[in-house]
Design a protein around this ligand. Structure first.
Ligand SMILES: Nc1ncnc2c1ncn2[C@@H]1O[C@H](COP(=O)(O)OP(=O)(O)OP(=O)(O)O)[C@@H](O)[C@H]1O
Ligand SMILES: [Mg+2]
Length: 291
């Protein structure tokens, strides 16, 4: 099972620079985290991978065949959770899933079974008969995730699935995605770096529409190795320090403040300790100047 991106480019009409530029990648079963700042091109890339948007150049292939030529048969193996989606406020959660299942061409028996299964797995069975207009943001996200899984997809594209979801549900969703991933290609765009760090087989970093790395989490963490340090400073120095340096974390203890800085060279004149990079540190290191 492979999904390949071959020099995929998207230039939106009226724009001078492409939103996605010569993007090449190969995905096999497992979870891939797509990480990049706002406007990096994540959603655009995902729309091309789900055949919602035609690339200006290049191709997306599933099992070696361009998805544009696969049509319905690609849709049958695809699950997609968009970043934004209109949902009819008058629908109940259960009705919404039935409606989505119909759009996916599932028969009644399969729909009935899968709808109940997913309502339960995303923890919405109690709220299944409430109207979507009364759902919280986190409930809507969980319902959209359930919708993407109704057809038991082989390729699952999730555009910020845990946006607005509380930590308890986020962890539940994260674990669910990790469990599902055994026999699926899962691509997950998120800004919640701990989610990716915990479950991704590989992390794909995107900036300004270009892929800047694709590697296992450990290798991505190594990109900031030797650049992360914590310094002891006094409370009254904090503001000026933050204006002068890229601070990724501020920790207070009985002895004062530790500020964490990602920077090539160490600062002199302050008590210092080396720290192991986190994905957040790498993010800051790579995307500090990105818009
Ligand atoms: N329909 C569109 N028409 C023109 N430009 C667009 C369109 N959609 C997105 N863009 C532009 O393409 C670039 C990439 O946007 P995209 O939504 O793919 O980024 P993203 O990485 O998903 O960002 P976010 O983290 O905010 O969701 C941005 O510069 C954006 O303004
Ligand atoms: Mg987006």
């Amino acid at each position: 099972m492979t999904l390949t991106l071959d020099e995929v480019t998207k230039l939106y009409p009226g724009r001078k620079t492409p939103a996605v530029r010569s993007f090449t990648s190969e995905l096999t079963a497992g979870v891939y985290g797509l990480l990049g700042p706002n406007g990096a091109g994540k959603s655009t890339l995902m729309k091309m991978m789900t055949d919602q948007l035609k690339p200006s150049a290049g191709a997306v292939r599933y099992e070696g065949r361009p998805i544009a030529s696969l049509g319905k048969s690609y849709r049958h193996v695809l699950g997609y959770m968009p970043q934004q989606q209109g949902m009819y406020a008058d629908f109940t959660g259960r009705r919404f899933l039935w409606y989505m299942a119909a759009l996916k061409g599932l028969d009644r028996k399969t729909t009935a079974a899968r709808t109940e299964e997913w309502l339960q797995r995303v923890n919405l069975e109690q709220d299944a008969d409430r109207k979507l207009g009364d759902y919280s943001g986190g409930m809507k996200q969980r319902l959209l995730l359930a919708q993407s899984l109704l057809n038991d997809p082989k390729v699952l594209i999730l555009d910020e699935p845990t946006a607005g979801v509380d930590p308890k549900e986020r962890i539940r969703i994260r674990n669910m995605i990790a469990t599902l991933a055994g026999d699926k290609i899962v691509l997950l765009a998120t800004h919640v770096v701990e989610d990716i760090e915990a479950i991704a087989k590989e992390i794909i970093l995107i900036r300004g529409g270009e892929k800047i790395a694709q590697a296992p989490p450990q290798a991505v963490l190594a990109m900031a190795e030797g650049r992360v340090r914590e310094y002891r400073i006094r409370e009254e120095e904090l503001q000026a320090f933050q204006e002068a340096h890229r601070v990724s974390q501020i920790k207070r203890d009985s002895g004062g403040i530790w500020v964490r800085v990602v920077q090539d060279e160490p600062l002199s004149g302050l008590p210092m300790r080396e720290a192991a990079p986190s994905l957040e540190d790498v993010y800051l290191h790579l995307f500090q100047d990105a818009t």
